[in-house]
Ligand binder design. Structure first.
Ligand code: ADP
Length: 625
């Protein structure tokens, strides 16, 4: 018998298919089951539109059979089947999809749900089979035919005998090699696992015979029977209406699918119809996965087309700053090319992603308004990601995220939003003040912060390393600029106070120059009136604050940035008089005192000592005198 050859371009695709396109060979089963489901959809459609066809939805099923001895896996359906000619055209030429043809013929009547508009699905079976036999009897035909191929040397079609309408596909599994084991596809549990993973929501039952061993009560006799088991659950939870699904069901689904022992913080079930249509089920986890803040973490949602899983982690559906979202999207609108694995930058997909992002943002904002405690829990887990989202985009994502960030407030003694801060601002206040440090407690004790608290001004405490960078990327909120309380531009003084201070600084100019000589890291030394009890503090000039210096210098890139440091001395403190006296009487001691004062200020700011040995020697000298 003469063998027919695959078209040349088909052969190329076939090679590509088998060797590289699908990295995950398990999906062959999904492809065959989708095809079977399509074929049953078509016949079911006829039963709805043609009175001569008397079939119910319940009559349809897919059967899976395992023949361990001969190493054959068989998938059969009682769908519409294929004629001799259809076997030739559908399976002989890749990328000519009978499904889309059928769809065209039957116009856009809504009842027909056809998942396969793809074109190479069937051939994925050659990833696991050395030979495939397709025996089919088309609806309305008396004859059956068998299509047979090893995927390399073309294919043949011969008459066959088959009782019922439908298609039976037998895969003769490849021989095992040292590296590859194909026997796994002869294990019932493995097949069941693949079906559960990829085809759980196919709306027709997928049946398989299973051995069931029972022990009779009262005696030790065991009995093994063969039972037919439905492997798929058939109704996707996201296809139901939200009011038909209980919280427990959502939670069970979540923990089952996403392997999380803790219930999600929030479930977002959305059914959208319009410019894009989709059903989505999204979850905000209660805690960050252990690998969340590492490179290993992969964001993404599962993408379904009409109940068939197309992609396990579709990254394009989520922006990075919402990468913590788990869940899935099911849409009929998605156009797919070459294969389901190679979903390209698709317009529909982008629309869906945009719509999902809006929904996630709105949900978080609502939670922030209505369930603050829950939102704070969310922020504990993923706040860093939100802040990082602002910072890493150089503020481009600010609009989306600025109302989602929280910072601790000196006034409220808890975390507040920027909106809340601005709503409380005093009439003349035109800046949003913040202070940085290692912890809330430490920032609270900073001399610069005390001064603001005394004037009843609210200060935001930035204690995460990313915080100040986030603020810098935001630049402003509601037209109010941000200002670090320890930057020298911040002034709360009246004109008279300023003048009096200027005068004192002018008089002590030479002394400060002298002190500065002992302090190579310090740009200026001066008096201040902003400190209440503390003798000294540090402030900075320019864009780099002390906190940023700390963070940037701790990065592995070997940065070495320097903040422009100002040593400020409390002009109302007894130390002010002491240094003035020393400047006149004992310059050498003043030089040492300058070092002590500067290092004290560093300690208060949580900065390391520049030269601990020198400092301890000076202090010891002072004590011994
Ligand atoms: P696709 O399913 O993406 O169209 P396939 O290569 O998987 O591409 O299948 C090609 C065509 O073969 C299908 O469009 C369909 O017309 C036909 N076909 C495949 N499997 C079956 C089946 N079980 N029953 C009837 N027709 C089938």
């Amino acid at each position: 018998m003469k063998k027919k050859q695959f078209k040349t371009e088909s052969k190329k695709i076939l090679d590509l298919m088998i060797n590289s396109v699908y990295t995950n060979r398990d999906i062959f089963l999904r492809e065959l089951i989708s095809n079977a489901s399509d074929a049953m959809d078509k016949l079911y459609y006829l039963s709805l539109t043609d009175r001569k066809v008397k079939l119910n939805k319940e009559d349809f099923a897919i059967h899976i059979e395992i023949d361990k001895e001969n190493r054959v896996l068989t998938i059969s359906d009682n769908g519409i089947g294929m004629t001799e000619e259809e076997l030739d055209t559908n399976l002989g030429v890749i990328a000519k999809s009978g499904s889309s043809l059928f769809k065209e013929i039957h116009d856009k009547k809504k009842d027909v749900n056809i998942i396969g508009q793809f074109g190479v699905g069937f051939y994925s079976a050659f990833m696991v089979a050395k030979e495939i036999e397709v025996t089919s009897k088309a609806f309305g035909s008396e004859e059956a035919y068998t299509w047979k191929s090893d995927g390399m040397d073309g294919y043949s079609i011969i008459p066959a005998s088959k009782e019922n309408v439908g298609t039976t596909i037998s895969l003769y599994l490849k021989d095992n090699t040292e590296n590859e084991d194909y026997d796994e596809y002869l294990e019932e549990r493995r097949i069941e696992g693949i079906i559960k993973k990829y085809s759980d929501y196919i709306k027709f039952p997928i049946l398989m015979n299973k051995e069931v061993t029972k022990t009779e009560e009262g005696n030790d006799k065991t009995e093994t029977t063969i039972e037919e088991k439905t492997l798929n659950s058939m109704i996707p939870i996201w296809k139901k209406n939200a009011n038909e699904v209980s919280e427990e069901e959502y939670n069970a689904f979540y923990s089952d699918k996403y392997y999380d022992y803790e219930a999600p913080l929030k479930c977002i079930h959305q059914k959208l119809e319009g410019q894009v249509s989709y059903d989505s089920l999204l979850f905000i986890p209660s805690h960050a996965p252990y690998d969340y803040y590492t490179k290993e973490y992969e964001k993404g949602l599962q993408l379904y087309s009409n109940g068939v899983l197309i992609m396990d982690k579709c990254a394009d559906l989520l922006p990075d700053y919402f990468s913590f979202i788990k869940g899935l999207v099911d849409s009929e609108d998605i156009s797919l090319n070459l294969s389901r694995e190679l979903l390209q930058q698709d317009r529909q997909l982008k629309l869906i992603a945009k719509s999902l992002e809006k929904k996630i943002k709105a949900t978080l904002e609502e939670m922030l308004q209505e369930d603050r405690e829950r939102y704070e829990k969310f922020f504990d887990a993923f706040g860093m990601q939100i802040k990082y989202g602002i910072y890493s985009s150089y503020g481009m994502n600010s609009d989306a995220l600025k109302d989602l960030v929280l910072f601790y407030s000196s006034k409220e003694k808890k975390r507040v939003t920027l909106k809340e801060y601005v709503s409380r601002m005093k009439d003349k206040q035109d800046k949003i003040y913040y202070a940085c440090g290692e912890s809330i407690d430490k920032v609270d004790l900073l001399p610069n912060v005390e001064r603001f608290k005394d004037k009843d001004m609210e200060v935001l405490y930035l204690v995460d390393y990313v915080d100040e960078f986030t603020i810098q990327a935001l630049m402003s909120y509601a037209d109010k600029k941000f200002a670090n309380v320890s930057s020298e531009n911040v002034d709360l003084d009246t004109e008279e106070e300023k003048e009096a201070l200027n005068k004192k600084n002018e008089e002590a100019k030479d002394m400060f120059l002298f002190m500065k000589e002992a302090l190579p890291d310090v740009k200026h030394v001066r008096f201040t009136n902003k400190l209440k009890n503390h003798p000294v503090c540090l402030s900075t000039e320019g864009n780099i604050s002390l906190e940023m210096e700390k963070v940037l210098n701790s990065m592995p890139t070997g940065e070495n940035v320097k903040a422009e440091i100002v040593l400020e001395i409390n002009e109302g403190h007894p130390i002010a008089d002491k240094i003035k006296t020393l400047y006149k009487k004992d310059k050498e001691v003043l030089s040492n005192y300058s070092k002590v004062l500067y290092n004290q200020a560093r300690l208060i700011e949580g900065l390391p000592l520049e030269n601990p040995t020198e400092l301890t020697n000076i202090i010891c000298d002072l004590i011994s005198k």
